[in-house]
Every structure is written in structure tokens, then in C-alpha cells.
Design a protein around this ligand. Structure first.
Ligand code: FPP
Length: 255
């Protein structure tokens, strides 16, 4: 088994992917949302404990209205489309972020799927939506100060006050799209995470590349047989091979 249990992903490059094809940016997000489904399936096949995906940051409100509303719509569509599979596969679905500013029907849908999967013991699938890492930490500090005015906060206290403490620390953060930044994502939980940056734009990201990254990062500690071949991901080999150079250009380093 791989030592990588919790993978966090910054799904970047949708806009540039679309622009290169002379399409509006939202086209990239629509295409990107099908990749989300494929990667969730792979994470489940690979036996990961948790997958956290950055779908909408608090900074994304500054984007054009049609782009913001497309991202909201894609989240709703994902929940509706994947609902059966989420339930059948025992996936625990959650959304982290400031949900009170989202449209009422989106919040209702999130609440419903969260409560239906609250007892699930499989993959913890979390979307960070209207999420900011600093805001999450500040919220935790403020909550602690109100409830424990008499003592100093510990690391364990802060970890417990994150949106979803049970998901724990991130083992590996992958960012697609070529930028090498954390962009206010899971700042507390990524303190010891491995980082992997790939130039592949999110709509071109494949289960094969995902698996290869996990294999590559895991192999620093221990050599694995080819886990990618064992999890039925061969269907994407052909498309992934065109990404091979992108994979090998990926930058990894320990922090
Ligand atoms: C960054 O790419 C990506 C986002 C802001 C949103 C990511 C969202 C999805 C992949 C689809 C959402 C799907 C679900 C199921 C919630 P960018 O547009 O900033 O890319 P760019 O850097 O090329 O402009």
C-alpha cells in the first residue's frame, strides 16, 4: 500500500486550456468537471483515504459573473450526477468553505448529500468551495478564543477546529497548470505535504498521470510494483502517453 493517504489537488489551467482552443473560459471548467469525476473514481480505485479538491477559492468571486455561476452550477451538477455512485461506493462527501454565501439550493443539495453520506467509511471526498486557508485558520482561532478564554491554544486544538478535522493532514498536494504556488489552500493541513507541480492543464489531466504521480512520490520511501496497472487505469494509457513528457517535467520537492 502507498504511504500517500490524503491527496489535495489544485485544479488549475482550465481557462488557458479553453483559450488555446478559442473557446470561452467556462468551456475549460465544464471539461474540467468531467476530469473531476474520473479522478474521484481513480482515487477510490487506488484506495486513498481522502481526496480534497480546490473548486472555488474566496478570491474567485472577482471573476466574471458567468464564470462564477458556471462553477456553482458545476458543483450542483456533480452532486446530482454522481450521487448514486457516491452512495454505492461508500464515499463520504463534504464541502469545506464559507457556505452561507452560496445560493440556497446549492447549500440544500450539499447538506443533503453530506447527511446521506455521513456514516460512509470509504473515500473522504471533499470539495473546497468558497474556501480560503487563512480564513479557515482564523475561524478556528476565533472559535477557540470564545470557548477557551482561560488557556493558550495548542496545535492539537487548532487541528481539531479545522472545517473537517477527521480528514487530517495532506500527504501529497498536486497542482496542475504549471504554476508553483499553494494559493491559500489547506495551509494548516499541508505543513508536511509533498508537493507535485505538473504543467498538464486540468482538462488534460488523466487517471494515468494521477496514479503515476502517486507512484512516483511514494517510491521515495519504498519501491512499489506498478500500482497504476493494478487499478484498471489502462484505458487512459494512450491519452496519458501524450502527456508523458509533461509528467516527467513535473517538479517535486519535500518541505
Ligand atoms: C482554476 O483554473 C480552476 C478553477 C478556479 C476552478 C476549478 C473547477 C473545476 C475544475 C470544475 C468544478 C467542478 C466541480 C465538480 C466542482 P483557471 O480557470 O484559473 O485556469 P487558468 O489559470 O488557465 O486561467
Amino acid at each position: 500500500m502507498s504511504s500517500i493517504k490524503h491527496v489535495a489537488i489544485i485544479m488549475d489551467g482550465n481557462g488557458r486550456w479553453a483559450k488555446r482552443r478559442f473557446r470561452p473560459r467556462i468551456w475549460g471548467h465544464v471539461r474540467g468537471s468531467s476530469v473531476v469525476s474520473e479522478i474521484v473514481r481513480s482515487a477510490d480505485d487506488l484506495g486513498l483515504k481522502a481526496l480534497t479538491m480546490y473548486a472555488f477559492s474566496t478570491e474567485n468571486w472577482s471573476r466574471p459573473l458567468d464564470e462564477v455561476s458556471t462553477l456553482f452550477r458545476l458543483l450542483r451538477k456533480f452532486i446530482i450526477k454522481e450521487r448514486t455512485r457516491i452512495l454505492q461506493n461508500n464515499i463520504k462527501f463534504r464541502v469545506i468553505g464559507e457556505l452561507q454565501s452560496l445560493p440556497h439550493e446549492t447549500v440544500e443539495l450539499i447538506n443533503e448529500i453530506e447527511s446521506l453520506t455521513s456514516g460512509a467509511t470509504g473515500l473522504h471526498l471533499t470539495f473546497a468551495f468558497n474556501y480560503g486557508g487563512r480564513a479557515e485558520i482564523l475561524r478556528a482561532i476565533n472559535t477557540f478564543q470564545v470557548t477557551n478564554p482561560e488557556r493558550l491554544m495548542t496545535e492539537a486544538d487548532l487541528s481539531e477546529l479545522m472545517y473537517r478535522p477527521e480528514t487530517g493532514d495532506v500527504d501529497l498536494m498536486i497542482r496542475t497548470g504549471g504554476e508553483q504556488r499553494i494559493s491559500n489552500f489547506l495551509l494548516w493541513q499541508m505543513a508536511y505535504a509533498e508537493m507535485y507541480f505538473t504543467p498538464t492543464k486540468w482538462p488534460d489531466f488523466t487517471p494515468r498521470e494521477f496514479c503515476k504521480i502517486i507512484e512516483h512520490v511514494s517510491s521515495r520511501e519504498r519501491r512499489f510494483g506498478s500500482i497504476c496497472e493494478q487499478v484498471g487505469l489502462n484505458s487512459s494509457v494512450e491519452r496519458a502517453d501524450t502527456n508523458k513528457s509533461a509528467y516527467f517535467q513535473g517538479v517535486t520537492f519535500n518541505v
